[in-house]
Design a protein around this ligand. Structure first.
Ligand code: NI
Length: 135
């Protein structure tokens, strides 16, 4: 069932919102508001319920010439064999590697994996995105 409600805001804020909708290509204000609400609810669930089941990606850049780094990364990933669904590796240049890990499991476990990967010497940057199938 679809409910309707009205929203009050300043003209200035609404103009900025309309420009945002245009840039993003949303078909209507309603669609944009639904997307933003879903995003906020997903973020809230993940941050307040560490046991929530998330899907996520972890993207990392590292220097493969740092001694032992490849073994350490593989070792950490094997400890999460139940959660890591896939990993893609790209050789960026002579030294740097890009790796994207796809994860499915508890939010707190994914945070721990992110921390463990970030803590390895030679890992230069780690970014992650968590999401839920249903907010
Ligand atoms: Ni590589």
């Amino acid at each position: 069932m679809i409910e309707r409600f009205s929203v009050s805001m300043s003209r200035d804020l609404l103009d900025k919102f309309d420009a945002f909708i245009k840039r993003r290509g949303y078909v209507s204000r309603s669609e944009a508001i639904r997307m933003l609400i879903r995003d906020a609810l997903i973020e809230d669930t993940i941050s307040t319920d560490p046991g929530s089941e998330v899907f996520g990606t972890i993207t990392m850049i590292y220097d493969h010439e740092v001694k032992g780094i490849t073994e350490k990364i593989t070792h950490v990933q094997h400890a999460y064999h139940g959660e890591i669904r896939s990993a893609v590796h790209v050789h960026v240049d002579r030294r740097n590697c890009l790796e994207v890990v796809i994860f499915h499991g508890k939010a707190k476990k994914m945070r721990k994996l992110v921390d463990e990967l970030s803590g390895i010497k030679g890992v230069k940057n780690v970014k992650f995105v968590f999401t839920l199938v249903e907010p």
